[in-house]
Design a protein around this ligand. Structure first.
Ligand SMILES: [Zn+2]
Length: 297
């Protein structure tokens, strides 16, 4: 009798492990964090988190999608130092081991950025400034850095020279320049699956990339800047030619996503998935053209 219970318990544990064990497909999850961005990409045992959203909700998303024993993120990206992208990363750094952090070499003079910079410093997190031309390979996933490029980074240096520094990061104020201009933009590819992750990239920066034909096509576009009207020019969509537009957005006073953009996407036949309507959105790709979609409210 006792033996029977033991076998049952063992089977239970095995089933639990089997349920948590990652498959070999690519999972792209737009976490439901309200007004902000937090995007988790996993493939096998490799995990990448792009932005952390405006609060701790990102931790629920990580808990839902990482095996319980895995407390390490291979790569975390902060696209730009605004609160709706960075706040959750403070909790992430405190609860997970962050192996590498891709971050711009500047911050903003805000209490929340100071806390992030302190956390990076306290945990001695290895960090680097991504620049166009860099390729980051993790397992079977590839990330190409599309933006910022060297020229933009050189120009920025001049603005940062005389700024105060917090834990090594020069910090700016709103009037200095638009932090969105330096949103780290990544082109993700996994076999035939492609996605462009844009943070809050401004039109001032995306349009020149389009004109220079430096924007790669992608099946999935993480819509820039929560669907703001200004930062989503039609030319960008003509260059990327996405089949799916992902909008990470919550209640806000900015009119995001803009009705004009939604009408445009509808007319173009681009499928729209948005976190405020659909909750967390998960794409699963086998890299060979099959794309499965799950969403959880
Ligand atoms: Zn934002």
């Amino acid at each position: 009798m006792k033996k029977g219970w033991l076998v049952m318990a063992l089977l239970g544990v095995l089933f639990f492990l089997w349920r948590q064990w990652p498959d070999q497909q690519l999972h792209l999850i737009v976490c439901n964090v309200g007004q902000g961005d937090a995007i988790l990409i996993t493939q096998g045992f490799n995990q990448v988190l792009v932005d952390g959203g405006p609060d701790q909700r990102v931790l629920n998303c990580l808990q839902d999608h990482l095996p319980f024993w895995d407390r390490r993120l291979e790569l975390v990206v902060l696209t730009h130092p605004e609160a709706d992208h960075l706040t959750g990363l403070i909790s992430v750094i405190n609860h997970y081991q962050v192996a590498n952090l891709a971050i711009n070499d500047f911050g903003k003079q805000t209490p929340v950025f100071r806390r992030l910079a302190a956390a990076i410093n306290n945990h001695k997190i290895r960090h680097f400034q991504p620049r166009r031309g860099m390729k980051i390979r993790l397992g079977l996933m590839d990330f190409d850095v599309v933006w910022p490029d060297n020229l933009a980074l050189q120009e920025r240096q001049a603005f940062l020279a005389n700024k105060p520094r917090w834990f090594g990061f020069p910090v700016i104020q709103d009037r200095d320049f638009n932090a969105n201009d330096y949103s780290i933009t990544l082109w993700l590819h996994f076999g035939r699956f492609t996605a462009l992750l844009t943070g809050d990239l401004s039109r001032e920066r995306s349009l020149p990339l389009v004109w220079r034909r430096e924007i790669p096509p992608a099946q999935v576009l993480k819509v820039p800047h929560h669907g703001s009207r200004d930062d989503n020019p039609p030319a960008l969509y003509q260059a990327v030619r996405p089949k799916i537009a992902l909008i990470s957005v919550g209640p806000n006073h900015f009119g995001q996503p803009s009705p004009q953009l939604l009408t445009f996407l509808h007319r173009q036949g681009i499928a729209v998935w948005r976190t405020d309507r659909h909750g967390a959105i998960e794409f699963i790709s086998n890299g060979q053209g099959r794309l499965e979609l799950r969403n959880r409210n």
